[in-house]
Design a protein around this ligand. Structure first.
Ligand SMILES: Nc1ncnc2c1ncn2[C@@H]1O[C@H](COP(=O)(O)OP(=O)(O)O)[C@@H](O)[C@H]1O
Ligand SMILES: [Mg+2]
Length: 384
């Protein structure tokens, strides 16, 4: 078997010590060392920087120069291979200094046993290798983070630039609609209504994008207060019903609860689930919104009678940009962000969100929320 050759650069001004080391290294069984010798520290430093070796063995006493100085000099010049300092007798104090200067290990010349020397050499080389790999990984991660930050900043800017003209467009369209509403020209009223609907769609898409960049930048904010849960449900059903003629939004149950949380964000989740039910279950004639409560949670279940969701996709659809590739659904537009944002909101509000489904028989999107997190927290604090 051919052994991997390890090339060692030895910087040692004492010829006798060189011969001693060469003897120890070359007689080792199951090892293949090539020794290169430099007796002069300056020449030694040049050889170090030339880098044609795997490891450097360096004498502490190098005539006028001391080994620690040489280590510092080499490290400051970017030398990154392992260095082992050779110390004489009665020089046990310098070990820490050597490590601080950038040595990887040290060995006393008094103690040049085969096994020890071999282990020290191997460990120093392997440790350095692992260290370099770690550093590489860290710098790669930093680069990725930097890139993600740049991407987020870019999206924020795009979102802002898109939003400004859209807001103004929306105002103009509304103005037009009002004018023609008074004039009684139904054709124009219908057209402006459609314009409004399309503008709203764009606005929602942009909002989703903005929310995702906020989530990823850790900047999604919540404005929390107590609100009447049933009222929110009723309001949203009333608001969304006109969007669809075919599907009837049916309310089932009441919670009679006042919930602590961000009403707007929780409403955003319900809107999203209802819009999905309308979008993805176009053939069904009803969508059931069922609400229940226990003493400390409310639960919402939004059931449609559409195509349903295959079992292995029921978790994935909550991932960002994830959409089912089914041909029927492919024609329906969307970015795959709605459920991701919904799950982030529900989790941040300390609730749970999931989907129950039977393929071909529809989906039921459910979430639960704690009714009164603030009091729960106060109780926790009281116990502590
Ligand atoms: N009610 C539903 N019935 C069937 N499939 C659904 C339903 N709701 C969501 N999906 C699937 O989950 C995917 C992700 O939904 P969502 O995150 O809201 O993004 P988008 O609606 O923009 O595609 C959808 O593309 C669709 O494939
Ligand atoms: Mg959606």
């Amino acid at each position: 078997m051919e052994l991997h050759k390890t090339t060692i650069l030895l910087i040692e001004d004492d010829e006798e010590d060189y011969f001693l080391l060469r003897k120890v290294l070359t007689k080792m069984r199951n090892a293949n060392y090539e020794l290169r010798w430099e007796s002069d520290p300056e020449a030694g430093l040049s050889s170090m920087l030339a880098g044609q070796h795997d490891l450097c063995l360096l004498d502490y006493r190098l005539g006028a120069k001391n080994g620690i100085e040489l280590i510092k000099q080499a490290r400051s010049l970017g030398y990154s291979l392992p260095i082992i300092l050779l110390t004489g007798a009665n020089e046990s104090e310098i070990d820490i200094l050597a490590l601080q200067a950038g040595a990887d290990d040290y060995i006393s010349k008094e103690n040049l046993q085969e096994d020890l020397l071999r282990r020290i050499i191997r460990y120093a080389i392997e440790r350095k290798k692992a260290e370099r790999e770690r550093e590489k990984l860290i710098s790669e991660q930093l680069a990725i983070q930097e890139l993600e930050k740049k991407r987020n900043e870019f999206i924020s800017m795009v979102v802002h630039e898109l939003r400004t003209p859209l807001t103004s467009l929306k105002a103009h369209a509304q103005l037009l609609r009002k004018r023609f509403l008074a004039s009684g020209d139904e054709q124009v009223v219908r057209t402006t209504s459609r314009m409004n609907a399309q503008i709203n769609k764009l606005t929602d898409l942009i909002s989703d994008f903005q929310d995702v960049t906020r989530i990823e930048g850790g900047k999604l904010q919540f404005r929390e207060d107590y609100f009447a849960f049933d009222e929110l449900i009723a309001e949203l059903i009333e608001e969304i019903q006109p969007i669809t003629e075919k599907q009837l939004l049916l309310r089932d149950g009441e919670t009679n609860q006042t919930v602590w949380g961000d009403r707007g964000r929780i409403g955003q989740v319900i809107t999203n689930l209802l819009m999905n039910a309308i979008k993805y279950a176009p053939a069904s004639d009803r969508i059931i919104v069922k609400t229940t409560a226990t003493s400390d949670t409310v639960t919402v279940r939004i059931q449609d009678f559409g195509p349903g969701i295959p079992k292995d996709m029921r978790e994935k659809i909550f991932d960002p940009f994830y959409r089912l590739t089914d041909a029927r659904q492919h024609a329906i537009s969307g970015l795959g962000l709605g459920l991701y944002i919904a799950s982030e909101i529900i989790h941040r509000q300390e609730g749970q969100i999931w989907v129950e489904s039977e393929e071909g028989a529809g989906s039921t999107f459910c979430f639960t929320l704690p009714i009164d997190r603030e009091h729960v927290d106060e109780q926790k604090e009281a116990v502590m």
